[in-house]
Design a protein around this ligand. Structure first.
Ligand SMILES: [Zn+2]
Ligand SMILES: [Zn+2]
Length: 251
């Protein structure tokens, strides 16, 4: 399929078609029956999306793409982070959840449509896109097999296609799942997570990368990915997330 939604099984799509006939779609914003995002809600929410910069070290807002001035934040392997909207915006959170956890293609397309509108709304994006190769945060193969698609890869491809720039979907890989570590104390988790991503052997790493993910929560995953890219030779790594915040449900 040309819109980037690859890998969703035919059975899953058929099931959704049947379900849609019985339970018609509702707008994720106002709940009215019809498309998953009505025109009124789309216009309202589009107006709230922007390029919001945060320091990848501490999560504070910054005026430009970069780190804040604190010494500790200078150690973050990410050189800057930017997101479009808030997960706490109910319509946005709903679109993402339904796409990611329920395989809702209409919701995924609606979210991508909002992203494209946001990317067109500020010259920042057109300036950033040719400077860095889009690299999605990888899903663990187990999750990828269950879900059928990696939402970060769909978003990274969409970004690169929108601006006619490059995307390297297979550049990073996960070394192991974090699932079983959910109960370990934070310090142990941090230690175990160190080195949980790596660049694939034999792949050349672009000097400038734009990591792409659907949500930015603590920033830990994006920082870990940035560390892996820098270890493999990247000089600058920035992060783009669609939404900030999240349900804490893992990837
Ligand atoms: Zn609506
Ligand atoms: Zn900071």
């Amino acid at each position: 399929m040309e819109d980037g939604f690859r890998g969703l099984g035919r059975e899953k799509e058929l099931l959704r078609t049947v379900l849609a006939a019985v339970f018609p779609d509702r707008c994720s914003g106002c709940g009215s029956e019809g498309p998953v995002m009505c025109d009124g809600c789309r216009a309202k929410i589009s107006g709230r999306l922007a390029a919001v910069f945060v320091c990848p070290g501490c999560g504070r807002h910054t005026a430009l793409l970069g780190r804040c001035g604190r010494r500790l934040c200078g150690k973050s392997p990410l050189d800057g982070a930017v997101y479009l909207g808030s997960y706490a915006e109910p319509a946005l959170g709903t679109l993402l959840r339904r796409w990611k956890y329920e395989g809702g293609l209409a919701e995924g397309r609606a979210l991508l449509g909002l992203c494209r509108a946001a990317w067109d709304s500020s010259p920042f994006w057109r300036g950033l896109a040719p400077l860095a190769v889009a690299v999605p945060v990888p899903l663990h193969p187990y999750r990828l097999a269950l879900r059928g698609f990696n939402q970060a890869a769909v978003l990274a491809r969409a970004f690169a296609e929108h601006f006619g720039t490059e995307c390297e979907v297979g550049l990073l890989r996960r070394r192991f799942s974090l699932r079983r570590q959910a109960a370990t104390p934070e310090a142990d988790r941090r230690r175990l997570r160190a080195g949980s991503f790596a660049a694939r052997l034999g792949q050349s790493v672009p000097p400038s990368c734009l990591l792409v993910d659907d949500v930015l929560t603590s920033g830990a995953t994006l920082n870990d990915c940035a560390a892996a890219l820098k270890t493999a030779g990247a000089r600058q790594v920035y992060a783009l997330a669609v939404l900030r915040g999240g349900p804490g449900l893992g990837r």
